[in-house]
Design a protein around this ligand. Sequence first.
Ligand SMILES: Cc1cc2nc3c(=O)[nH]c(=O)nc-3n(C[C@H](O)[C@H](O)[C@H](O)COP(=O)(O)O)c2cc1C
Length: 155
Amino acid sequence: MTPEEFKEALASWATGVTVVATEWEGHRYGLTASSFTSVSLTPPLVLICVDRRAESCEALLRAGSFGVSILALGQEAAAMQMARSGEQKFEGLPFEPGPTLGQPLLRGALAHLECRTFRADDAGDHVLLLGEVHAARTHEGSPLLYARRRFHGLG
Ligand SMILES: Cc1cc2nc3c(=O)[nH]c(=O)nc-3n(C[C@H](O)[C@H](O)[C@H](O)COP(=O)(O)O)c2cc1C
């Protein structure tokens, strides 16, 4: 199997889209992540797989807490902006600190989760970041989906 065959097959897996963000030592870090999934109800755990080369990887590990925004249809531009590198990618986006843990949440998202790092494990060139969810809020709207390297809506 070539890396391209592997990536092409995995691109067929349709997902939602999240923005995972943290503030650490006075700077904001974050990335667009589609590798998000729920893991456990008791305790409430979610998982995100973060590329070790991502600038936000170390900050997410060190900060000890992070916010997850589950994006709504219409937030494609925010998803693309947060998939760039550098702190300026936050510019112009309506982030606000979560009321429970204070980590950045993107306004207009379908749902917000405030997480403390439960555990982090190495997995090849990625880090498995398990978050324990301390607060969750849901808003009206339709989910943003991602498959075959394109954004989609339901239906
Ligand atoms: C739709 C979409 C989904 C993505 N999912 C992930 C993901 O699950 N994990 C990851 O490490 N990078 C993912 N990326 C890539 C990161 O968002 C991108 O590498 C980003 O620039 C990392 O930012 P940083 O270097 O500031 O941390 C995704 C990008 C897009 C557009």
